[in-house]
Design a protein around this ligand. Structure first.
Ligand code: ATP
Length: 287
C-alpha cells in the first residue's frame, strides 16, 4: 500500500468511533510469576497514563517484561499488584475493545484472508454479509483488496502481517496492541510496513501500544517512548518524540531524530548490559 493512499471515507467513518475511546491507566502494576522459592518479579510497579489515540512504544532489552505489560493490558495476564483501566473500567480479561497483532501473523490457514478478517465480526454476531463488507473495507485499507480470496500461505510475510492488522481492526477496537509485529520481516518490508501503519493509525486513530527492541522503529512510530529497565521491568524513562507528522523514512537522517536516538541508545545499552550480567549470573548459579 502506498503511504500516500487514503482510507476510503466510508471505512474511516465506520472505524473512526475509536478516536473517542482508548484511554489507558497503568497504575503501579507488578506482575509476579511462580510462588515461594520460584517467585519471579517480571514487572515491578509500572505506571503510565496513555491518552486516547496516542501512539506509545515500549522499548527495552530482551526479557525485561515488555510483552508481559502488553499482555496485562490485553487481559491475558493479571496484575499481582496494581490495576489497569481502559476508559475508567478495570481490565479483567481480553475484550473486543483491544485488537492484538503478534510477531507471527497467526492467521487461520484454511480460510481466505477475507474470511480471516471477517472472523471477529462474525463472532460478535454480525451477519455474514456485514462481516464481509467490513473485511472488504479493511482489506482495501491495507492494500490487499485484490487478494481477498487468497489463502494466507499464498501471501508474503508482509502481506500476511497486513492481513493480521486488518483482522485486529475488524471489531473497531479502541486500542491496538502490537508485539514486535514487524520483527520477522526484512528491513525494506519493515520500513514500508511502518509507514503503512502510521497511515492507518492517522486514519483510524486507535490508541496504539507497540513493543519493539528497535530504537529507530520506536522513534519513527511513537508519540512517546516508555523505556524499560532490565528485569524486573520498570519504566525508567519517558521520551517524548516531538517530530512532525506525517513521517517518512527520510526523517530518520535528520538531527532531531538522531538526538532522540542518542538518548534512547544510551539508556538501552546500560539496561542491555545489566540484562547480560543477570543472565551470566543465573547461568553461574545453575552450575
Ligand atoms: N508465564 C510466565 N511464567 C513465568 N515467567 C514468565 C512468564 N511470562 C514471561 N515470563 C518471564 O518474564 C520475563 C519477561 O518476559 P517478557 O516476555 O515480558 O519479556 P520481553 O521484554 O517481552 O522479552 P523479549 O523482548 O525477548 O520478547 C522473562 O524473564 C520471562 O521468562
Amino acid at each position: 500500500m502506498s503511504g500516500k493512499e487514503r482510507l476510503s471515507r466510508g471505512t474511516a467513518a465506520s472505524l473512526g468511533t475509536a478516536s473517542r475511546r482508548g484511554a489507558i491507566e497503568i497504575d503501579r502494576v507488578s506482575i509476579i510469576f511462580g510462588r515461594g522459592a520460584k517467585e519471579f518479579i517480571a514487572v515491578d510497579r509500572v505506571s503510565a497514563s496513555i491518552a486516547a489515540g496516542e501512539f506509545v512504544c515500549l522499548l527495552g532489552p530482551s526479557g525485561c517484561g515488555k510483552s508481559t505489560v502488553m499482555n496485562a493490558v490485553a487481559g491475558f495476564e493479571h496484575p499481582s499488584e496494581g490495576r489497569i483501566t481502559l476508559d475508567g473500567a478495570t481490565v479483567t480479561g481480553p475484550g473486543a475493545d483491544r485488537g492484538m497483532v503478534f510477531q507471527q501473523p497467526t492467521l487461520f490457514p484454511w480460510k481466505t484472508i477475507r474470511a480471516n478478517v471477517a472472523h471477529g465480526p462474525r463472532m460478535l454476531g454480525k451477519s455474514k454479509a456485514e462481516a464481509m463488507e467490513i473485511a472488504d473495507g479493511l482489506l482495501e485499507m491495507v492494500g490487499l483488496a485484490a487478494f481477498a480470496d487468497n489463502h494466507p500461505h499464498t501471501l508474503s510475510g508482509g502481506m500476511q502481517q497486513r492481513t493480521a492488522i486488518a483482522r485486529a481492526l475488524a471489531n473497531t477496537p479502541s486500542v491496538l496492541l502490537m508485539d514486535e509485529p514487524f520483527g520477522a520481516l526484512d528491513a525494506q518490508t519493515r520500513s514500508m510496513m511502518q509507514e503503512s501503519l502510521l497511515q492507518i493509525w492517522a486514519d483510524v486513530k486507535p490508541t496504539v501500544i507497540f513493543v519493539t527492541h528497535d530504537i529507530d522503529e520506536a522513534i519513527f512510530l511513537a508519540d512517546r517512548i516508555l523505556v524499560m529497565s532490565a528485569s524486573p521491568g520498570r519504566f525508567i524513562s519517558e521520551i517524548p518524540v516531538d517530530l512532525p507528522r506525517p513521517r517518512d523514512a527520510e526523517m530518520t537522517l535528520e538531527p532531531a531524530f538522531m538526538e532522540i536516538k542518542r538518548r534512547c541508545a544510551g539508556l538501552i545499552r546500560t539496561e542491555t548490559l545489566k540484562a547480560f550480567e543477570q543472565q551470566s549470573a543465573a547461568l553461574r548459579a545453575r552450575k
